[in-house]
Design a protein around this ligand. Structure first.
Ligand SMILES: [Zn+2]
Length: 315
């Protein structure tokens, strides 16, 4: 009882000290470290910190692993007949990605396909070297193969040599499917971010329990009225897809200024590492997907209005 009393008196005098000295409160608030999310850290604060970006690979589902650096996704879908890789990161991370594949327990030679989200270097920049190491086929939509071909030979940044670019290999299109070892991916053409954004739906398994996953190859739009209108069509189509439970994000924050609702890849990975038997899977979050695509659709509609205003003003 005495101890309790002593504590409450101590607490009271501390309260009094704070109340009678407002400066103390301000200082304490200033000293508290700003809470930034992992999405912000990897996207902004330490975007160029190469060693920091080299995170350990992790398993998300029975048939889905993350092997990329912190800022750009590289995913593996292992099947009984080999591995499907989604995206390939870029230099200087390509050796790291290949090491991560091995660290995750896989053999590079088992990679049968490398699927490219779209024709930007952060996604296709590792494909040529990983293809050489594995013998995998590299697949993209025709429109973005053209982008990759146009990129080939361009000098690197800051006087560095040009990035290696994969040669046009496998051309997929809307409605195509890819089957490997009992896993099937269904492809979509989702233009906006680039002309040939590639997405796919497939099934992931959480200790045998199936969930519908969507790998969405890029959001937003690249400027221009026609492109903005294209993005509205894409977001409408995405919003109409039924039963999406898991978003396979091409960047750990997925998109938008606030990042993915309820956390991106890295925040969810932290929860997954602490998950107890019987807990829900932190990557299974249909409500977050609905919120995300509803917002993306509203943004796309706003972009069209903005482009129309710009066009009218220029006349
Ligand atoms: Zn991009």
């Amino acid at each position: 009882m005495n101890t309790k009393r002593v504590i409450s008196i101590a607490a009271l005098s501390l309260t009094f000290a704070v109340l009678s000295n407002p400066g103390l409160v301000t200082r304490a608030a200033e000293q508290a470290p700003k809470q930034e999310t992992l999405s912000e850290t990897y996207r902004i604060t330490r975007a160029n910190d190469v060693e920091f970006q080299k995170i350990a690979p992790f398993k998300v589902f029975d048939n889905l692993y993350y092997v990329g650096p912190g800022y750009v996704g590289v995913w593996l879908i292992p099947t009984s007949a080999g591995i499907i890789m989604i995206d390939s990161a870029q230099e200087p991370y390509v050796d790291f990605v290949m090491d991560n594949v091995r660290k995750a327990g896989f053999d590079l030679k088992d990679i049968k396909y490398i699927l490219l989200s779209h024709g930007h270097l952060d996604h296709f920049g590792g494909a040529a070297r990983i293809q050489e190491a594995s013998g995998a086929r590299v697949a993209a939509l025709d429109e973005d193969w053209k982008m990759i071909e146009e990129f080939a030979g361009r000098p690197g940044r800051d006087g560095r040599p040009p990035s290696r670019t994969p040669k046009r290999d496998m051309v997929v299109k809307e409605g195509d499917t890819l089957a490997l070892g009992g896993t099937m991916l269904k492809f979509y053409h989702h233009p906006g971010h680039t002309p040939g954004v590639l997405s796919a739906e497939f099934t992931v398994y959480d200790d045998g329990v199936s969930h519908k996953a969507l790998w969405q190859g890029g959001g937003g739009y690249r400027g221009g009225l026609a492109q903005a209108e294209e993005a509205v069509v894409t977001t409408n189509r995405l919003a109409q897809m039924q039963g999406i439970e898991v978003l396979v994000m091409i960047h750990s924050w997925a998109g938008g200024p606030g990042g993915y609702p309820n956390g991106g890849v890295l925040e969810r990975a932290q929860l997954l590492a602490k998950r107890k038997p019987g807990d829900p899977h932190p990557f299974v979050d249909p409500a977050a997907w609905t919120k995300f695509i509803t917002q993306a659709n509203a943004n796309a509609v706003k972009n069209v209005e903005e482009e129309k205003r710009k066009a009218a003003a220029a006349r």
